[in-house]
Design a protein around this ligand. Structure first.
Ligand code: PGA
Length: 248
């Protein structure tokens, strides 16, 4: 695992954007696996800025997103489709048909999940999969549990995930209780994984991901088995690793 230790959120965002931009520059028709949440927002701002300056084009890029809330329409301001449109897609030259987010309103969610996996497989999996991490170690919405789930699946969100995401909704009751999440299989099949983290509240999850036991109790820990992971994190998110004397 290659680790970039950055000073703060802005430096983490810039470094993450550099890794993504490098991928697009080397391979303009790449498949990018994208993520939502507070963590990647800053990186998307840098990418939009570099696009506007003429340094980067998304014209041939194809994207697949990690997850979507069940029951939220693409127009809902807290849906992940809305997040992607407003943070990235609406501001760059990506082709709308080349962007895919799971459909949280699908009539048959199991069919949607199976088709999502078929689609990602048919595209040869992501060249680069961007990931944030939950305080509980989740990646995508692969929540801690008794086993790693390989396929795209409907997940019951953990209570602490609902707590963490309540800040985006009018009340905790408004947070959807389920989501569709890309499974561990598609994430592990990505050629490169870019894991990003900022803030002390992520320090334990990052520690467990990097040097804890490989266990579905901390889904991020499976990344220890991936041959090409780049971790971009700020000093606060790395603080438990550095306190333990792990060289970063
Ligand atoms: P965050 O979420 O980027 O909003 O902290 C990350 C995650 O829960 O995966």
């Amino acid at each position: 695992m290659k680790i970039f230790r950055e000073k703060d959120y802005d430096a983490m965002s810039r470094r993450a954007a550099q890794v993504i931009a490098a991928e697009i520059t080397h391979n303009p028709a790449c498949v990018l696996g994208l993520a939502t949440g507070s963590t990647p927002e800053g990186a998307y701002k840098y990418l939009v800025d570099w696009y506007k300056k003429g340094c980067l084009s998304f014209q041939e890029v194809l994207t697949v997103n990690l997850d979507e809330y069940v029951g939220l329409s693409p127009e809902h301001e807290q849906s992940y489709r809305y997040f992607m449109q407003s943070n990235l897609f609406d501001h760059v030259d990506i082709l709308p048909d080349f962007t895919t987010v799971p459909d949280g309103l699908a009539a048959d969610l199991n069919v949607e999940c199976a088709q999502y996996d078929d689609y990602i497989r048919s595209q040869g999996y992501a060249a680069l999969q961007l990931l944030g991490i939950g305080r509980n170690g989740h990646i995508g919405f692969n929540e801690p549990g008794d086993c790693f789930i390989k396929e795209t699946h409907v997940v019951d969100l953990a209570e602490n995930t609902i707590d963490a995401n309540a800040r985006f909704f009018a009340s905790r009751d408004d947070v959807p209780k389920q989501a569709i999440s890309m499974g561990i299989g598609a994430i592990m099949n990505a050629k490169k994984v870019l894991l990003c983290a900022s803030g002390e509240e992520k320090a334990e999850a990052i520690y467990n991901t990097v040097c804890g036991p490989i266990t579905p109790k901390c889904p991020g820990s499976i990344l220890q088995l991936h041959p090409n992971v780049v971790l971009v994190a700020d000093e606060a998110a790395l603080s438990k690793l550095t306190a333990a004397g792990v060289a970063v």
